[in-house]
Ligand binder design. Sequence first.
Ligand SMILES: [Zn+2]
Length: 426
Amino acid sequence: MSGCMGTEMKQGGHAVVHRASWLVPIVASPVSNGAVMVRNGTVLAFGRYSAVKAQCPAHTEEIDHGSSAILPALVNAHTHVELSALHGRIPLPQNGFPAWIERLFALRTRLSSGELEEGCRTGEDLLARGATGLYGDITNGMNLSRTLHSAVPARVSFLEVLGFNIEDLDQAVPPHLLQHIEESDRGGGSCSSIAAHACYSTSESILKSAKDWTRSRRLPFSIHTAEHPEEIEFLREGTGFCRGLLERLGKWVPGWQPPGTTPVRYLDRLGILDSHTLLVHAVHMTEDDWEVVARRQCAVCFCPRSNRNLNVGLPDIRQAIRLGIPSALGTDSLAGNTDLDLFEEAAFVLDLYPEIHPEKVLYMMTQGGAQALHKTSLFGSIESGKRSALVAVSLPDSVPRSQLSETIIRKGREGAWRWASCPEAD
Ligand SMILES: [Zn+2]
């Protein structure tokens, strides 16, 4: 269970076949006695071992993973690796978002750039130890241009904009960073975009212009939405913790009128919800909110352990699945979680939501995450042409198909997995 360190390079340009008792492509049914052929970091073919074998050039190297399930590397759709230096510094659980954010502010401002940089490396190591092939990262600047640590193949970096009392995007984001984001997609999987922090910390004008900027470039846009009761109160009444915080920080706008509605309805009114908008958390949602999200085809990333650790409530993941909303999983940061391991997050979902089929949870942690980050052309499933970031999870002998997904998640959580194949980091 080590980091993904570009095993494909060691295998040079030759094709390699990986065989296992189960192959789990995610977007197709699991295949018993399955195999996948890879070359130069790309999947060439997959299916029954005999069928893949028949397509192999002579002298193709074979690696037999025995009683295992080969699945695509996981996609952690929401984290903040810059906060990794705060690992263990905020006691968890905290009693509510206000208590947690006060602690975060106090510690975050004291971090040196060296500690932040070290934290980013540590964070990426931990992501790799969580079988992560792609992660969605919220950054305040450092992790935008940092070279990706080769422990993880790819990253979508969202530069976080916020500012309640400013109107122009240029005030929130230096133009050279916008240019950097525009030039960030080189086709390898990693790219950058913009996220707004939240409705209570970002002005209506910045929310709209940030979304417009990403929309015109067909980039994903992310925003923390309906995370805690204080957010709901602020948008409905203009009162409570969020108002007091803005006043204390000198960001309050005298005369500001609350929209008087939910975060989802507010974002919809501003024209921000579409298929490239990723809503993170979605804990305090009404029936109507869910219908709006489904109609606008937004994706949602759930981070239920972070929600539990901050004691803000828990999301209705069932409702999102029932409505067919593209749903992903994220660990959130090490300031609000104990690790960056998506197998742990998934096992938490299995324990807390026993009525959700484990196959749905496995989908969320792979293809669902790739959908949320708009990277399904390269990550999230085993399909020809996708990147060969593959994980082999050890299984007991003779796991029946009906128990396969749950067993994969439980064994993964125990650490019983390793990289089968891993392309170089972008
Ligand atoms: Zn977050």
